[in-house]
Write a protein that binds this ligand. Structure first.
Ligand SMILES: [Zn+2]
Length: 64
């Protein structure tokens, strides 16, 4: 089947035998992210974690 990337509108041809494609088909709305965008998102998520936004440092824990 063909899937259009949500983020960059690129159309990729996916193998129907691919488990990923089957998973995509089972969703009511076909949300597809091409590998390029997927990598970009993943990289950004990791960067955010590395930058410490994940842990909020010293947030007045004494007042709990
Ligand atoms: Zn894309």
């Amino acid at each position: 089947m063909r899937a259009k990337c949500l983020l960059c509108d690129r159309i990729d041809r996916l193998s129907d035998d691919d488990p990923f494609t089957k998973k995509l088909k089972n969703r009511p709305i076909h949300t597809y992210t091409c590998p390029d965008c997927y990598d970009r998102i993943e990289k950004r998520t990791k960067e955010r974690r590395a930058n410490g936004h994940y842990h909020v440092p010293h947030r007045q824990e004494n007042n709990l």
